[in-house]
Design a protein around this ligand. Structure first.
Ligand code: ADP
Length: 652
């Protein structure tokens, strides 16, 4: 029994042993395969490190001994594998200088990783020191117990990318600098809400809303723009991508509590991103308020000028410097029945009566060359094609440098005046004719009476000086006849009927005759005559006599205190016959000296009642001398006397 029990015990023990052996064998197998797996894993891990394009190294312990260093990092360090097992500081002493050693120790001590992004590092490559940029991670390496044993360094060189980023940063900086330093008003707005991204000082000053406008929607900053059409314009630029350009646009800005009017030239430019999508709107503006206000004033004054010019009854036209019309007033439109465009299109020549065109053309041409004012009479066709007399004047408008930049002309209708004048002339002619016959007949009878009557007539024992009385009557009648003749001559000249009857005669003799005739009626006169030259001329003897008579009677008339008159007959240097009549009377002011040759002109201030006359004599004399191709000149000084000289060409 015991034996059996023991055998049973032994058998059980042996089974147990076998079981244990089997278990040991199994666990041995498991360990073997685990070991194999670990080996494979380590291999793959190494493979991963060595095949990575990033630079990787594993540094162990406080001395940062290089445990692993892959191909890219060895290449970067320009070292061989033999550096494995050496402390990093021995291999790369410059890491201390770059501050990297310190950083690695921080990781070791704190167990916290460190990152670098585009870190600038100077490195020497092919003997050249160059600035490079790196992204890197310093990762703490912990053992199974969680203790930091080393640092894994994983780095990538990103120099081109960093340079690119640097360029972008620089260009952005320059762009902002440009905006901020610009005198133009500039703002960049982003998105549909027009958020102010950038606004330079110039635009902030105009907005008048302080410095903190960035980040706010534009129309929150400038609510006063809402009623002025601005949001609609911005919206349109943002949605349609079309820039908006404005010139001298008036805008009201709320500044210091009150609305201020300004004028601006501006562009609203859509802002696109690289993909061409609109991201916002840029404002580039110029404050042209001064110019705008000035232009407004100019426009207003131009409007006033136009209204004034359209209101007056005269016909006003402005032209270019070359005489090309640019504006006709309403009076022109009404008179011609044409529109402004029609008038501007047609030549102004066509408005003028045919007979007047030639001389007007010459007058205008010479004025265009000399810049002289024009004043003349001409006929202009009305809307019914009937020519009407006008007084036309034109004057050049010059700029500050004196250069003509335009002309202004006015035409005033004088047809009624002309008609009146014509009637008056016909009447004068008629009256003069009618008067001349009876007056001439009276003169005849007086002369007859004078010749038959004795010096004194004793009719009723009183002594009546009949002859002196008759003499007075004769001189008054002669004055009357002269006046009537002058009036007749005047109407002859007006109607171009003054015809010269030319003959050869001795000028000196004619003068003597005239003086002799005058001495009967002007007994007080003291004429001193000097014949410096004997001159024969071909002229209208009577008319020349008339001129001499007129000059001598004027000389006597306008010398109340002295009756001395000097007459001179001479030849001029340019071989013309000349007669001068000099007096020592009241004289004529310089500004009157040309006027006195005009019809009916009498010097004002001379007492008309003292000096009788009509103001016709010199006009007639001048006409007569001009008809002989000659000239009358006057030299005079008020209070000292006058000298009238007429010259006649000799070779007629
Ligand atoms: P009137 O009949 O008035 O003399 P005229 O045509 O002969 O007309 O002269 C025009 C004006 O010229 C005169 O009214 C006078 O004022 C001025 N005048 C003409 N001759 C002289 C002179 N010898 N001395 C001063 N004034 C003169």
């Amino acid at each position: 029994m015991n034996k059996d029990l023991r055998i049973q015990e032994l058998e059980e023990k042996s089974k147990e042993k076998e079981l244990r052996i089997a278990e040991l064998l199994a666990s041995n197998e498991r360990l073997k395969s685990e070991n194999e797996n670990l080996k494979n894993e380590a291999h793959s891990f190494r493979e991963l490190i060595h095949s990575s394009p990033s630079m990787i190294t594993l540094l162990k312990g406080k001395n940062l001994v290089i445990q692993v260093a892959n191909e890219p990092i060895l290449k970067f360090w320009q070292k061989e594998k033999c550096i494995l097992g050496k402390p990093l500081i021995e291999v790369h002493p410059d890491i201390r200088e770059l501050g990297l050693e310190q950083l690695l120790h921080t990781v070791l001590e704190s167990g916290e990783p460190q990152f670098g992004y585009e870190m600038p590092v100077y490195i020497t490559r092919s003997d050249k020191r160059e600035l490079s940029h790196f992204n890197f991670v310093y990762q703490p390496q912990k053992n199974r117990n969680g203790e930091v044993e080393g640092v894994a360094v994983i780095a990538q060189e990103v120099t081109p990318k960093a340079i690119y980023h640097e360029k972008i940063k620089n260009s952005e900086f320059r762009y902002r600098e440009l905006i901020h330093s610009s005198n133009s008003l500039i703002a960049i707005l982003k998105g549909e809400d027009m958020i102010v991204e950038i606004a330079n000082q110039a635009i902030k000053d105009v907005w008048g809303k302080g410095d903190n406008v960035e980040g706010k929607p534009l129309f929150n900053v400038l609510p006063e723009m809402i009623g002025q059409g601005m949001p609609e314009i911005f919206d349109d630029v943002y949605k349609n991508g079309q820039p908006y350009i404005a010139q001298e646009r008036p805008l009201l800005h709320q500044q210091n509590g009150s609305l201020k009017l300004g004028y601006f030239d501006f562009v609203y430019q859509p802002q696109k991103n690289i993909s061409g999508e609109i991201e916002g709107v840029a404002i580039i503006a110029h404050d042209v308020t001064n110019q705008g206000l000035l232009n407004k004033k100019i426009r207003e004054s131009e409007k006033k000028f136009r209204e004034l010019v359209n209101f007056i009854p005269h016909k006003i036209c402005t032209t270019t410097a070359e005489g090309e019309p640019v504006f006709y007033n309403n009076s022109w439109l009404n008179f011609t029945g044409k529109t402004s465009n029609e008038l501007l299109k047609d030549s102004w020549y066509s408005l003028i009566y045919h007979e007047d065109r030639e001389f007007i053309g010459e007058l205008v041409e010479s004025s265009m060359n000399t810049g002289q004012d024009i004043e003349t009479e001409l006929r202009i066709f009305n809307k019914d094609g009937i020519p009407k007399w006008h007084l036309a004047r034109a004057t050049a408008i010059k700029n500050e440098e004196g250069v003509i930049n335009s002309w202004i002309s006015s035409c005033t209708e004088i047809q009624k005046l002309k008609d009146d004048e014509k009637r008056k002339e016909s009447f004068l002619k008629l009256v003069s004719h009618e008067l001349k016959t009876p007056v001439t007949s009276i003169k005849g009878y007086i002369q007859l009476l004078q010749s038959i009557l004795p010096e004194k007539v004793e009719a009723d024992s009183r002594n009546i000086p009949v002859k002196p009385y008759l003499h007075r009557i004769q001189s008054q009648i002669e004055r009357l006849i002269r006046l009537i003749s002058e009036m007749l001559d005047l109407s002859r000249i007006e109607q171009n009927e003054l015809i010269l009857e030319l003959s050869d005669f001795q000028l000196n003799e004619q003068i003597e005759t005239v003086i002799e005739d005058l001495s009967f009626s002007h007994r007080e006169m003291q004429i001193d005559i000097s014949h410096e030259e004997k001159i024969s001329i071909k002229a209208d003897k009577e008319r020349i006599g008339q001129v001499i008579t007129n000059l001598i009677t004027n000389a006597v008339k306008y010398s109340p205190d002295t009756k001395k008159v000097s007459v001179r007959v001479f030849r001029t240097e340019d071989n013309q016959a000349a007669v001068s009549v000099k007096d020592y009377g009241i004289g004529i002011a310089l500004q009157e000296q040309q006027q006195i040759f005009k019809r009916f002109y009498r010097v004002s201030g001379n007492k008309d009642e003292t000096y009788e006359g009509f103001g016709i004599g010199l006009y007639l004399s001048n006409e007569i001398i001009e008809k002989h191709q000659g000239r009358i000149l006057v030299k005079s000084e008020p209070g000292k006397g006058s000298e009238f000289t007429f010259k006649l060409p000799l070779n007629q």
